[in-house]
Design a binder for this molecule. Structure first.
Ligand code: KIV
Length: 263
């Protein structure tokens, strides 16, 4: 898909499907799937590198993931996260980060929050780079939020988030991720915008949904937020396969004659 199709999908009430992707193998599977767009999220810091937050990942590491995803799914719309503080060090470093991610193969970049960066978002958009916004539980602000908590529960917060959503649209974002907010707020915001909203933990009234791939495939250990639907017991299936392999090696069942080279 391309960026012009997003408003058409909203008008047609044709919901968008996004999942995260960080590597070539998964990207090559996703390339053959009905998923619309791939997000090389900075959640890579947690999912792929085992950190507790998204903060430790940098622009070069993100670009490394984007390059792998692009090789696996060359025709998919790929959104790359601008990582922690990449947008907050001034215009030139921010544009260098955007350049790195786009040259790595991204189709668009995602920017968390809008306060204090409306001009920057506008500049990125005016430079020819589609920008996806991200409001609500923006994980890069986890320390400001005092943990991974649902946002937009108080009336003040609701009003602020509604204004910020409009600010994202005004700044030129083509889409907006709403993370961990009450369903009624996500619905209000979705109705108030011309651009598409993509929810995660934001109820069923956004224009699309996103999940972390490893969560929906059941690969993530010990973490199952309420909003995740697990479509596969990936961990269980992989462990069964590995234990089977270990058994076959120990009983000398593997390799079988047809799995050996003669001569
Ligand atoms: O980094 C990420 O995976 C994200 C999604 C949770 C929206 O930003």
């Amino acid at each position: 898909m391309n960026v012009l199709e997003f408003p058409e999908r909203k008008q047609a009430h044709d919901r968008l499907v996004m999942v995260t992707c960080y590597d070539y193998t998964m990207a090559s599977i996703l390339a053959d799937s009905d998923v619309d767009l791939l997000l090389v999220g900075d959640s890579a810091a947690m999912v792929m590198h085992g950190h507790d937050t998204t903060l430790p990942i940098g622009v070069e590491e993100m670009a490394h993931h984007v390059r792998a995803v692009k090789r696996g799914a060359p025709d998919k719309f790929i959104v790359a996260d601008l990582p922690f503080l990449a947008c907050r060090k001034g215009l030139q470093p921010a544009m260098e980060a955007v350049e790195t991610l786009m040259k790595a193969g991204a189709t668009a970049v995602k920017v968390e929050g809008i306060r204090g960066q409306e001009d920057l978002v506008r500049h990125i958009v005016d430079s020819g780079v589609p920008v996806m916004g991200h409001l609500g539980l923006t994980p890069q602000s986890v320390n400001q939020f005092g943990g991974f908590r649902v946002q937009g529960r108080s009336e003040d917060d609701r009003q602020r988030l509604k204004k910020e959503a409009l600010a994202c649209q005004r700044a030129g974002c083509f889409a907006l991720v709403l993370e961990c907010v009450p369903e009624t707020l996500a619905a209000d915001i979705t109705r108030s915008l011309d651009i598409v909203t993509i929810g995660i933990g934001a109820g069923n009234e956004t224009d699309g949904q996103v999940l972390v791939l490893q969560d929906l495939l059941g690969l993530t250990a010990n973490m199952r937020p309420k909003f995740v639907r697990q479509y596969l017991d990936g961990r269980g299936l992989i462990l069964d396969a590995l234990d089977h392999f270990a058994r076959d090696v120990r009983t000398a069942d593997f390799p079988a004659p047809e799995e050996r080279y003669a001569g």
